[in-house]
Design a protein around this ligand. Structure first.
Ligand code: UD1
Length: 427
């Protein structure tokens, strides 16, 4: 398995192009199941998870056409065409590798009136149930049965009637599934306490471009008036606010100055607020965000929360940054119960972090030191890369397939701003 070799201590300076958002792309792709016309997505990041989802789509008889962009370009243009669905089963082998596969449930039910999706199984960041996805489908009129590790869903009268559902906790994935199921329902659907992440807005914007009728976009109460059919569309995936936030932390920990080209300052709101409190200058304009740090970082208190709060997907990277801050920081992870797997690894690099349940206490240290490390999820792996960029000496980050799931050509982007980082194959 490949590793990343990083020599710390280089001040990052320059421009990093920000890719299309992975978490948006993973809910935009299954929208292709909702229409027999072509759906073209631009700015799709080149990531293992996107390749995996494209492969899953071919299982249903969807043609996937990747248009000719040069290999050296970031992002690509892909056309999906689901003229006819030939299969409605998402098998265990694909779903277990990629939790987002559950997002075919809603659109498949809406279009084909039935769907069989493997239960995703365990996950490194805690117990991640799908009960809310299933309850929302039932509220819209689906009948659901669990058997042999699979969810079997069908619409008793051919199509979903639509209905009302209040999410007891905010769930990004379940909101996305419910939206995609509701757009072709026979009647209206009202979703209350829906997630309002920018990726949900991106999904609503695409669905609207396809002819869906959605009221309340951007808010937590959504009303969807089902339509008879949806048309195809060409749509550009929004910029990745988590990728941008990650590189902002990387720049800040090295006392550097980096332009995040294409990032959206507004969508990065809570992250940028946290960075400013830590002592990092953040300037946003229409075409991107610039971050600047002078090496002095202040301790802060942070708590993750659904949007517009601080994204759980930024917790690990901000923690790495806070390892070098003056004073003691307190982090509270409110979304997932087991999202501190990076802590022992950061401590092996000389950090001083204690955890107690969902709280982490980060005592700032003067110096981090390189070490051989590995992490068990995507953002945790990125936190190790960030720490390594400021650490004394060499760090080897193992299990980088996690990073390949979510960061498009990470080492190339960091090299662009002067990091000493290379991918080395297993010998
Ligand atoms: C979550 C994050 C999202 C992030 C993604 C990947 C939030 C609100 N969501 O999205 O920003 O990009 O992880 O790291 O921060 N839950 C249930 N039953 C369900 C679904 C969820 O109990 O059926 C619970 C989860 O255990 C969790 C909370 O609801 O505690 C939020 O989960 P959810 O938003 O669904 O997770 P993701 O969509 O994976």
């Amino acid at each position: 398995m490949d590793k990343l070799r990083i020599i710390g201590g280089h001040r990052l300076s320059g421009t990093i192009p920000i890719s299309g958002a992975k978490n948006a792309a993973l809910t935009l792709i299954p929208c292709a199941l909702l229409t027999d016309e072509p759906l073209t997505l631009r700015n799709l990041p080149r990531l293992a998870d996107i390749d995996g989802f494209q492969h899953l789509m071919t299982q249903f008889g969807v043609s996937v056409n990747i248009a000719g962009k040069r290999p050296e370009d970031f992002g690509r243009v892909v056309t999906f065409e689901a003229t006819r669905l030939t299969n409605t089963v998402a098998p265990y082998d694909l779903v277990r590798k990629m939790r987002a596969s559950i997002l075919v449930l809603g659109p498949m039910l809406a279009r084909a009136g039935e769907a069989t999706v493997s239960l995703p199984g365990g996950c490194a960041i805690g117990n991640r149930p799908i009960d809310l996805h299933l309850k929302a489908m039932e509220a819209l009129g689906a009948e659901i049965e669990l058997a042999q590790g699979y969810v079997r869903a069908h619409c008793p009268d051919g199509g979903l009637p639509g209905g009302d559902f209040t999410f007891p906790v905010v769930s990004v994935g379940a909101t996305e599934n419910a939206l995609m199921a509701a757009v072709l329902a026979k009647g209206p659907t009202r979703l209350s306490n829906a997630a309002r992440e920018p990726e949900i807005v991106d999904l609503c914007n695409l669905l609207t471009a396809m002819g869906a009728e959605i009221e309340g976009v951007g808010g937590s109460d959504l009303t969807i008036h089902g339509v008879d059919r949806l048309n195809g569309a060409t749509y550009k995936v929004m910029p990745d606010r988590i990728e941008a936030g990650s590189y902002a932390c990387a720049a800040a920990i090295t006392g550097g100055e980096v332009r995040l080209e294409g990032a959206d300052g507004e969508e990065m709101g809570a992250t940028n607020h946290a960075l400013r409190n830590i002592g990092v200058e953040v300037e946003a304009d229409k075409r991107g965000v610039t971050v600047r740090a002078d090496g002095r970082l202040k301790a802060v208190k942070l708590s993750t929360a659904p949007y517009p709060g601080l994204a759980t997907d930024m917790q690990a990277q901000l923690m790495a940054l806070l390892c070098r801050a003056e004073g003691t920081s307190v982090l509270n992870e409110t979304i997932f119960e087991n999202r501190y797997m990076h802590v022992p690894e950061l401590n092996r690099m000389g950090a001083h972090i204690e955890t107690n349940g969902r709280t982490a206490i980060v005592h700032g240290v003067d110096q981090l030191t390189g070490a051989e490390v590995m992490a068990t999820d995507l953002r945790a792996s990125m936190s190790l890369v960030i720490a390594a960029l400021a650490a004394q000496g060499e760090t080897l980050v193992r299990r980088i397939y996690h990073l390949d799931r979510g960061y498009e050509r990470l080492e190339e982007k960091l090299q662009l701003v002067g990091a000493e980082i290379e991918r080395i194959g297993d010998d």
